[in-house]
Design a protein around this ligand. Structure first.
Ligand code: ASP
Length: 440
């Protein structure tokens, strides 16, 4: 006999922006009896000019903390939730929850309690509309003293989420050992959804958003790129230059180990297919996506017999450590070593870092190159697949793009090229055009 399927589903802010959206979400949830564990975000933007409730809550907190009059953000939040409650016909007293929040505004230094209230109220509303059990993550999602997720969370949640019927667990927050509210980083409801999926041993984690999943390349650069139908957890990590606009980049960790697939789906186009994130991909195409971004700097070092000088690399990296800077890539030659860093990590410390490295390892030559863009061409299918790099470099050559640096990770599923920022768009289009033809 087949055990009943278990689906944890997370709905993002734009999927819950107003009453019409909520009704649509309710329809989606009720259309599959397996969708019993629901994780909502706070209401998002109703149109591009609108404001997110979470942003307003942060503003409210900051103003209250500084002794300014926060009535503007407070009233917008109040009006939106009261309107939502009225239009959805919920009976519980939303106004008194808002009063409680107002009474507490400005009391805590940290914004976490205030920021979490968007998810809290939205969760209460959704639970009532669905006739579901509301489970407050303050009682079962735990952080340890250093702010990391405490694994006890899984058993606490599993206990609260068993039994019949549906459950609503608001996203974005949990509690510290002393009971105070703590949020994940922005967009963290995706992480909450993954945690709930793992706790209930879900067959599937559905992440409902406002796009049809991941694109093979950045749609701002490549017009109408193909959708990534399937991608592995590992490939998605390598595609992290895409940024976390579709899915929080920490959301895969809770589900990756038990192998629970994540299905990114579009609330406004449920039949659009979406992107499925899995352990193993069925299709054997070498490349599943291309991700890239501008804003990198490269430190170049050359020293004769560098390869024989023990501890050279260590001493260079020690300097970065002392400056509190993390690095992205380290392509090396026999007598050369380059370190590629994000500008936002390096800030304006480039010359100071270089000076410190010179003092520490005394290179023959050293310089800094800024204005680099990095592109990651990713696919598990390139492992043992001959000719992928040749196709990639050929496509770039035909597009007239000079490759400044090239690096293939040992995972053999990612070829990274660095190009001048001015060549970034041409490079992205050239690589996409070359490899997208392999996809159906
Ligand atoms: N509402 C939170 C944010 O805007 C968390 C989330 O939506 O995932 O960051």
């Amino acid at each position: 006999m087949n055990a009943a399927r278990r689906i944890a589903c997370k709905f993002g802010g734009t999927s819950l922006a107003d009453a019409a959206c909520v009704r649509r979400v309710v329809e989606i949830i009720q259309s599959d009896p397996a969708r019993r564990w629901v994780v909502p975000s706070a209401p998002g933007k109703r149109d591009p000019k609108d404001r997110k409730i979470t942003d307003l809550l942060y503003t409210w907190h900051t103003m209250a903390l500084q002794g300014l009059d926060p009535s503007e953000p407070m009233n917008i939040i109040r009006d939106r939730f009261l309107e939502l409650a009225r239009e959805l016909g919920v009976r519980f007293d939303v106004a008194s929850i808002l009063d409680e929040i107002a009474a507490r505004a400005g009391q805590d230094q940290a914004p976490d309690y205030m920021a979490s209230r968007g998810e809290y109220i939205n969760g209460r509303l959704l639970a009532e509309v669905l006739g579901a059990t509301f489970v407050d993550p303050a009682e079962c999602i735990r952080f340890d003293k250093s702010g990391r997720l405490d694994p006890v969370t899984y058993s606490l949640l599993a206990e609260r989420l068993q039994g019949d019927g549906r459950f609503v667990v608001p996203g974005f927050y949990g509690a510290m050992p002393d009971g105070s509210i703590r949020t994940f980083s922005r967009g963290g409801s995706d992480i909450s959804g993954a945690i709930v999926a793992r706790a209930i041993q879900a067959d599937l984690y559905e992440n409902w958003t406002d796009v049809n999943g991941f694109c093979m390349a950045d749609p701002r650069i490549v017009p109408n790129p193909k959708r990534i139908v399937e991608v592995t957890y590992a490939e998605l990590r390598e595609l992290s230059y895409m940024g976390a606009t579709v899915l929080h980049d920490e959301a895969i960790f809770p589900v990756r180990e038990p192998g629970i697939p994540i299905h990114i789906r579009n609330t406004w186009d449920p039949d659009g297919g979406g992107t499925l994130i899995v352990t193993e991909r069925k299709a054997a195409t070498p490349v599943c996506g291309i991700a890239g971004r501008t804003g990198f700097t490269m430190i170049n070092l050359a020293k004769t017999l560098m390869n024989k000088e023990k501890g050279f690399g260590l001493r260079v990296l020690q300097v970065l450590d002392e400056f509190g800077i993390s690095w992205e890539h380290i392509p090396t030659g026999i007598d050369t070593m380059s370190i590629i860093l994000r500008n936002e990590e390096l800030k304006d410390q480039g010359e100071a870092v270089l000076e410190a490295i010179r003092a520490r390892v005394n290179p023959d030559e050293s310089s800094i190159t800024s204005g680099l863009a990095m592109l990651a061409t990713v696919g598990q299918g390139m492992n043992h697949h001959i000719g992928v790099a040749a196709r990639l470099t050929g496509a770039l050559a035909r597009a007239g793009v000079n490759i400044r640096v090239i690096d293939q990770g040992s995972s053999e599923m990612n070829i990274i090229v660095g190009v001048e920022e001015d060549d970034f768009a041409a490079a992205m289009r050239a690589i996409y055009n070359e490899f997208s033809k392999d996809e159906p």
